[in-house]
Design a protein around this ligand. Structure first.
Ligand code: DCP
Ligand code: CA
Ligand code: CA
Length: 356
């Protein structure tokens, strides 16, 4: 039985600012672009919960935020400060898991199945984790526990800030059914609208929709919708950049949507990976593309090849193919990474098959 824990820091950038300057506590705090008395361009990165009461939200134009609450404390984004806080909390999280996957600057999945026997143990572990983060880093987070990534992630968002929500396997349906379909992975505003148009509003509506209708309406996404609506999610918690891999990543000076530019950067990284593969006489069987959007949401796409190879053209092909869906998103891209995994020593390979 799997038990997955999802942890997400509360109002992260703003909470770190409050920690650095306790006088901010209790005041509305907005982190983002300079509001310039309501004439500023750029957006809100995040705000604390006091500011949210005025209707201020992430990604909202900073000018709108200023008009909603001109007396708020507006702070510029101090990324290196948040990156340092992120590193500190992530290294705490890592201690609690047998598999750990960071998904953005402030959230991670932990597979804790080997650390606990049941949900009672899991609850204790979650409380300990929250306590350690608060004591060592003076920050609160919200935690969700469930049988898979989908459920634990939604559970983590259920009670914020400083929440802990447990959804046991037999509670999954009751938990999911009344929720809007927009909470499911990959269901953005456009897909949600499409679902609404065919009369599907809640997860329960979705679970009662015949698969054929989903196939007709949503094509290859139908299967995921079908499974998610039943609370099924078999994705594993995967460690990123495990030791047995060679990879590079690059953060753009300016977030970009220029595919040619991104591919040129990937080509540079592939050249370096190639050099390292040659030096060590390695072949690979798996290629992973990593994409981080401007809002720090991070995705990886992994492709396993039919056989081991040292042909770096394969890396490029996989990279280009895997990049395609990310380019369709409206967000700009902040970082790309490419890595090869499932490495093997070429000398132990004969006719493409791994011996022993
Ligand atoms: N962020 C950003 N721009 C966005 C969304 C987020 O710069 N459009 C940054 C600021 C956030 C951090 O990423 O602090 C984490 O994002 P979350 O979506 O987890 O939001 P918060 O942690 O700020 O708030 P919550 O308490 O709702 O998780
Ligand atoms: Ca958060
Ligand atoms: Ca988050």
């Amino acid at each position: 039985m799997r038990i997955i824990l999802h942890v997400d820091m509360d109002y992260f950038f703003a909470q770190v600012e409050e920690r650095e300057n306790p006088e901010l506590k209790g005041k509305p705090v907005v982190v983002g672009a300079d509001p310039k008395e309501g004439k500023g361009r750029g957006v809100v990165a995040t705000s604390n919960y006091v500011a949210r009461k005025f209707g201020i939200k992430s990604a909202m134009p900073i000018s709108t935020a200023w008009h909603k609450c001109p007396t708020a404390v507006f702070l510029p984004v101090n990324m290196s400060l948040y990156a340092e806080a992120s590193r500190a909390v992530m290294s705490i999280f890592r201690q609690y898991a047998n598999a750990f996957e960071q998904v953005s600057i402030d959230e991670a999945y932990l597979d804790i199945s080997n650390h606990v026997k049941n949900y009672e143990d899991a609850e204790e572990l979650a409380k300990k984790l929250k306590k350690e983060v608060l004591e060592k880093e003076k920050l609160t987070c919200s935690v969700g526990l469930g049988p898979n990534k989908l459920i634990s992630k939604i559970a983590a968002g259920e009670r914020k800030p400083d929440g802990l929500t447990i959804v046991k396997p037999d509670e999954v349906h009751a938990f999911l059914n009344p929720k809007k379909v927009g909470i499911l992975y990959g269901v953005g505003p456009k897909t949600e609208e499409h679902l609404n148009r065919v009369g599907i509003f809640t997860v329960e509506d979705l679970s009662k929709t015949p698969k054929q209708i989903l196939l007709d309406e949503f094509g290859s996404f139908a299967e995921d919708l079908y499974l998610m609506s039943r609370g099924i999610d078999n994705r594993e918690v995967v460690e990123e950049w495990v030791t047995k891999s060679i990879g590079r990543q690059f953060t753009f000076d300016k977030d970009t949507k220029n595919k040619r530019f991104i591919m040129a950067m990937i080509d540079d990284m592939i050249r370096e990976i190639y050099r390292e593969l040659r030096e060590q006489d390695f072949v690979f069987k798996n290629v992973v593309l990593k994409v981080r959007y401007e809002d720090f949401e991070t995705h990886t796409k992994s492709k396993t090849l039919e056989d081991y190879t040292d042909n770096v053209k394969k890396i490029r092909l996989v990279a280009e193919e895997s990049l395609e869906p990310f380019m369709k998103d409206e967000r700009k891209i902040r970082l790309v990474g490419i890595s090869v995994h499932s490495l093997a020593d070429k000398k132990t390979l004969k006719k493409g098959k791994l011996i022993a």
